[in-house]
Ligand binder design. Structure first.
Ligand code: NCD
Length: 293
């Protein structure tokens, strides 16, 4: 049984195969490739984009979506993950999409069920479909020519599962990744690091900005988000007329991560990422569900 828990679950050739389907699915036409299938979504952590993106993706392929309302689910009554999983499984879903605030929970769930599990984000660990849609967006922009391109990841890298998955995936495809953050947001991975945003921008062809993951901080790291913004917000004054593209997984803290002006600039691909995300998730659901048929 194939699952999508981290980007390592897919080979480079499989990812390029997914991108072919993704490209087709961008036409937003409904298809009946998953007619008669059911996709269960169970999100133990807040989400706007990822949940609605997966559900739109499933519906566009004609699958039925069963969203489990976690606030009413029995895990809030103390049911173990094993029992939740066994009960979910007994309903015979074709795939389960799960988000959880603890790293590793989707991986554990996958061991108990008889259908593919897709990780919609677990703790600080991984967010594979986000990294896939980011790589797809970058490749599409550069028409496939991404080898050796320089990307800076800016912000709370240490606490971000988006950064963790992107670091693994983008470097696999030959992108040069530089980490730009204050020391307390810098992870210990073996990649070039830069503590000054202007120096980072100088080298960048792609900027990936991240939200400060305040919900994961044990103590407040900056006097205020405004202090952080004065050092790390992507503003017009900083990027000037530089030829660069700007990505952000959302939700964006406006004028803290990226200024209003830059978000509206044509170099910002933030809404393209959202559009591409639905098509990527269609391709991933199609692949995992049909492979398991
Ligand atoms: C991210 C997440 O939940 O990891 N959002 C998303 O899925 N698009 C990033 C974040 O919360 O900052």
């Amino acid at each position: 049984m194939r699952h999508l828990i981290t980007t390592k679950d897919l080979s480079n050739a499989e990812i390029l195969g997914l991108f072919k389907d993704t490209e087709e699915f961008l036409d937003e036409r409904p298809r009946s490739l998953l007619k008669g299938k059911t996709v269960t979504t169970i999100f133990f952590e807040n989400s706007t984009r990822t949940l609605s993106s997966f559900e739109t993706a499933a519906q566009r392929l004609d699958a039925k979506v069963l969203r489990l309302d976690v606030s009413r689910s029995s895990s809030s009554k103390g049911e173990t993950l094993y029992d939740t999983a066994a009960n979910l499984d007994a309903m015979g879903p074709s795939a389960i999409v799960m988000r959880h605030s603890k790293s590793g929970v989707p991986f554990k769930l996958a061991r108990y069920v008889n259908c593919p599990v897709l990780n919609g984000g677990d703790g600080k660990h991984a967010h594979p479909t986000q990294a896939l849609l980011d790589l797809f967006t970058i490749r599409k922009h550069f028409k496939g020519d991404i080898e050796g391109k320089t990307l800076i990841i800016v912000g709370d890298i240490k606490n971000s599962r988006v950064a963790a998955s992107n670091i693994k995936l983008l470097t696999r495809f030959g992108i040069r990744v530089i980490l730009v953050a204050p020391p307390h947001f810098m992870p210990t991975v073996n990649l070039p690091k830069c503590y000054n945003l202007d120096e980072g921008i100088e080298q960048a062809e792609i900027i990936m900005s991240l939200r400060t993951q305040t919900e994961r901080h044990e103590t407040q790291m900056y006097g205020s988000l405004k202090d952080y913004a004065s050092d790390f917000c992507i503003t017009k004054e900083r990027i000037k007329d530089k030829k660069v593209i700007i990505l952000h997984p959302g939700p964006v803290h406006r004028n803290i991560d990226i200024s209003d002006e830059v978000l509206a600039d044509e170099r910002s691909l933030v809404l393209k990422q959202v559009k591409n995300g639905v098509a990527i998730r269609m391709a991933a659901l199609k692949k995992l569900i049909l492979e398991n048929d």
